[in-house]
Design a protein around this ligand. Sequence first.
Ligand code: FES
Length: 112
Amino acid sequence: MPARYFKTNGHLLVCQGQHCQARGSALLHRALWNHLERQALAYYKAGGSVRLTESGCLGACSFGPTLCVYRAAEGGLEEGWYAAVDFPLATRIAQAVHDGAALPTEQKYGPE
Ligand code: FES
């Protein structure tokens, strides 16, 4: 049986490096995962479109939990990098990806 490809609107990565974990990133990832599941935003749900993955250190250790997001955009790939992410912000980022809306600006530190 061949592997199944899931088309998505974007991909969120939540850092699970030790510094972000010390600031609650494991709980943040779990809560966001549950939210995507409950709201049927997760890519594997009917109508869902958001992929979520744990990541290693994203290089902003003093400012975590750190989250980055990638999605296709006109002219290439759009990325957003966020520091001190809490659950409400993470859900807003996920919703923007699902809706194809502009990414939230609060706590966004890159790209310039
Ligand atoms: S441990 Fe999360 S950015 Fe380095």
